[in-house]
Design a protein around this ligand. Structure first.
Ligand SMILES: [Zn+2]
Ligand SMILES: [Zn+2]
Length: 339
């Protein structure tokens, strides 16, 4: 085996250490609560949150990040031309020509088409290259070492639910163990080895509860704003310029983008996010009139489901509203109608 390949395998194996650590802590907390403490009256609620937590946690780990479809790769002729071309301006012209037929509204900070040299694709809006996963990930949020996976379009709902249920799991443990914890300090607890499990169980659960709840609150805020962690640090750049609220469609719609339209799907780690991860409704889309036909054509041809059609309808309405308002000098109204 080549040394670089061995190194890669070692790195991959090491990446599982945080996941192993979490599972060991969860396994021990289950043993301490159910076997050592064993309070019958709380076991039902404990098991409900335990099951939902483990389910959403493993769904986050096992769901493969979604990558851009082949439509975003350069066609053969353009790819050859792109590789031969040495001038960045000419390469950009080739990308512009291809992007004309794609629903791409965001640009680099320098205002050019976003292209991944490693994956050789035009990056769809909100897509970023993850150096750990070595691929472009649709609506990438961040690479999470605790799940050893990229959190993005395909598993963001699972990740938020994992944080919610992990907080509830730790919260239930804290709330029900605190009475034994107080007894421990007032020396009213029988002197068995179980009392040390109770002591540590409360400390560990309280520590995780505080840290996970703050992370969950942050992600819930991001969901409400329709922003990814990456976008919270660096606003997406549209043709007209950066706009940190560019993808925000109002709180209710923003939540639906991640959790779906139907309330019955909200609490389960089952995929129900809207859209296909390649194009997103925006409140401020300024498209080049030259590109408008291509974009709208791709919108019509690529929408296959009712949900996708709905998103793309909003997007085209916003685009048209904005384009019209742009010419009539009434950009402010466009903000309000599409917000
Ligand atoms: Zn890439
Ligand atoms: Zn990754």
């Amino acid at each position: 085996m080549a040394p670089s390949r061995t190194l890669r395998c070692c790195k991959r194996a090491l990446n599982w250490i945080p996941v192993l650590f979490i599972n060991l802590v969860v396994g021990w907390s289950y043993y301490a609560y159910v076997v050592e403490l064993c309070v019958f009256s709380y076991l039902v609620i404990f098991h409900i949150f335990f099951f939902m937590f483990i389910w959403s946690y493993w769904k986050t780990i096992c769901t493969r990040p979604a990558e851009p479809s082949k439509v975003f790769a350069l066609p053969r002729a353009e790819k050859d031309q792109f590789e031969k071309e040495e001038q960045a301006e000419m390469q950009q012209e080739i990308l512009k020509k291809v992007a004309r037929n794609l629903p791409v509204d965001t640009r680099t900070a320098g205002g050019v088409i976003r292209y991944c040299d490693l994956c050789q694709v035009i990056k769809p809006d909100r897509c970023h290259h993850c150096s750990t996963c070595e691929m472009c990930v649709l609506k990438m949020d961040h690479h999470c070492p605790w799940v050893n996976n990229c959190v993005g379009f395909s598993n963001y709902k699972f990740f938020v639910l994992f944080l919610a249920y992990a907080s509830l799991y730790c919260g239930v443990i804290c709330a029900t163990v605190v009475q034994y914890f107080i007894k421990f300090w007032s020396k009213h607890l029988p002197n068995t080895h179980a009392k040390f499990h109770i002591l540590f169980l409360f400390f560990v659960a309280a520590l995780f509860f505080i840290s996970i709840l703050s992370l969950f609150s942050y992600h819930f805020w991001l969901v409400g704003k329709n922003r990814t962690t990456i976008e919270a640090f660096r606003a997406p750049v549209f043709v007209k310029g950066p706009d940190k609220n560019g993808f925000s469609l109002g709180f209710k719609r923003n939540v639906a983008e991640v959790f779906g339209d139907e309330a019955k799907h909200f609490i389960f780690p089952i995929f129900s996010s809207l859209g296909d991860g390649h194009s997103f409704a925006t409140r401020l889309v300024h498209i080049d009139p030259e590109q408008a036909n291509g974009v709208l054509h791709s919108i019509v041809t690529s929408s296959t489901t009712k949900q996708q059609s709905e998103i793309l309808r909003v997007k085209s309405e916003c685009s048209l509203n904005h384009s019209m308002n742009h010419y009539t000098g009434n950009d402010h109204r466009s903000h309000n109608t599409c917000n």
